[in-house]
Design a protein around this ligand. Structure first.
Ligand code: TMP
Length: 209
């Protein structure tokens, strides 16, 4: 049995992660791999309930620490019930967002430190880390326009935060890619969808048997 691999797609709102996650899953399936495509927050029934709690309602519904704990709780459920079992079977798991989203979003304004967010991850998910992470990078103004066209005025509790917040999120992702270049690859999300998928596949060639 081939070894399962855990691939995550990350980035700000409107950068095309979900489209690329689907395209990558299809491409890997045509190469003969068994792929589980999933997302965060969510991916299992319990984690989808937590997603709804997190993303609906007013900004003040949760403080930043509660929010970080809820993301970690959803992730714990997702890792235990879907991601780890799939990897143990030898499947590839492609996940639309994972721990780097918590590190990028829940740390803005220094509300939680990276150490605190990783401590929650150690407790909740026994520190499961992706084998490779792609950060889809777009200038925040372009990403905001795309997200606005997609959401048509109905952005969720976190997507609706102001552009200063989302710029800080994107800056965090770029910083992670610089700090961990082996795991995290920055992707120019302004390219065509086909060119981006091609780039992702090329950047997984070292993991394909
Ligand atoms: P999505 O719309 O890409 O599915 O993501 C839902 C929102 O949740 C998005 O605004 C990013 C945010 N988010 C966090 O703030 N922290 C996290 O750990 C995750 C997974 C998502």
């Amino acid at each position: 049995m081939s070894q399962g691999r855990f691939i995550t797609l990350e980035g700000g709102e409107g950068t095309g992660k979900s489209t690329q996650a689907k395209a990558l899953a299809l491409t890997l399936e045509t190469k003969g791999y068994t792929v589980r495509l999933t997302r965060e927050p969510g991916g299992t029934p319990g984690a989808e309930v937590i997603r709804e709690l997190l993303l609906s309602g007013a900004e003040e519904k949760w403080n930043m620490r509660t929010e970080a704990l809820l993301f970690a709780a959803a992730r714990a459920e997702h890792c235990a019930k879907l991601i780890r079992p799939a990897l143990q079977r030898g499947d590839w798991v492609i996940c639309d967002r994972f721990i780097d989203s918590s590190r990028a979003y829940q740390s803005v304004d220094g509300l939680l430190s990276d150490d605190e967010i990783m401590a929650l991850h150690r407790v909740g998910s026994v520190n499961l880390m992706p084998d490779r992470t792609f950060v889809l990078d777009l200038p925040e103004t372009v990403a905001a326009q795309r997200a606005a066209a997609r959401d048509r005025g109905n952005s969720d509790r976190i997507g609706g935060r102001n552009s200063t917040y989302h710029q800080a999120v994107m800056a965090n992702f770029r910083q992670f890619a610089l700090a961990e270049p082996q795991r995290i690859r920055l992707v120019d999300a302004a390219k065509s969808a086909e060119a981006i998928t091609e780039f992702l596949v090329q950047n997984l060639s070292d993991m394909m048997s």
